[in-house]
Design a protein around this ligand. Structure first.
Ligand code: AR6
Length: 169
């Protein structure tokens, strides 16, 4: 049974096998949670990312965790919100789903996700949360996964309240 759990705080302090980064398609770092992860992991993370040749929106790539507590970082690229007619919902779903696929392929048992696309990329938070939880639940139903725990890590109060509501359903 995979448990879906809610956590409030900084994802870089999570004690899990993998944390997911809300990256951009260059994979070379940025602000928000991406900046926090690169700062906490140290410069070797960027050195590995240089060799990945970027990542398309909706896809994900994996690296080591370096100075983080976590063994791996899964770099997922969510969509920029352009109003909803540019396939944003499907692309956000894919970012979560493809991160889970990589996790299973790498023997990861515990994984923590940030609220991808809900910061600088401006995806509406309530809808993004519903898509995130549905994507993880779809994945679990479709795969007999050995993943024990999936954490949704909320940094801001608004996302935390939204996830509390959705996960209770
Ligand atoms: N731990 C957990 N969540 C965090 C943290 C943290 N330390 N810091 C911020 N958040 P954003 P995006 C939350 O903007 O919208 C970057 O520059 C934050 O409250 O980090 O996917 C990348 O390089 C928000 O809910 O990511 C890309 O260019 C969530 O993380 C671009 O931003 C996502 O906000 C990606 O934009």
């Amino acid at each position: 049974m995979t448990e879906l759990l809610l956590h409030k705080g900084d994802i870089t302090t999570m004690d899990v096998d993998a944390i997911v980064n809300a990256a951009n398609s260059s994979l070379l770092g940025g602000g928000g949670v991406d900046g926090a992860i690169h700062r906490a992991a140290g410069p070797h993370l960027r050195e590995e990312c240089v060799f990945l040749n970027g990542c398309k929106t909706g896809e994900a790539k994996i690296t080591q965790g370096y100075d983080l507590r976590t063994k791996y970082v899964i770099h997922a690229v969510g969509p920029v919100w352009h109003g909803g007619d540019s396939n944003e919902r499907q692309l956000l779903h894919n970012a979560y789903y493809n991160s889970m696929l990589l996790a299973v392929q790498n023997g990861i048992r515990t994984i923590a996700f940030p609220n991808i696309s809900t910061g600088v990329y401006h995806f509406p938070k309530a809808e993004a949360a519903a898509i995130a939880v549905a994507a993880i639940r779809d994945f679990i139903t479709q795969h007999h996964t050995k993943i024990d725990k999936v954490f949704f890590v909320c940094f801001d109060e608004e996302n935390y309240d939204i996830y509390q509501h959705i996960l209770a359903q």
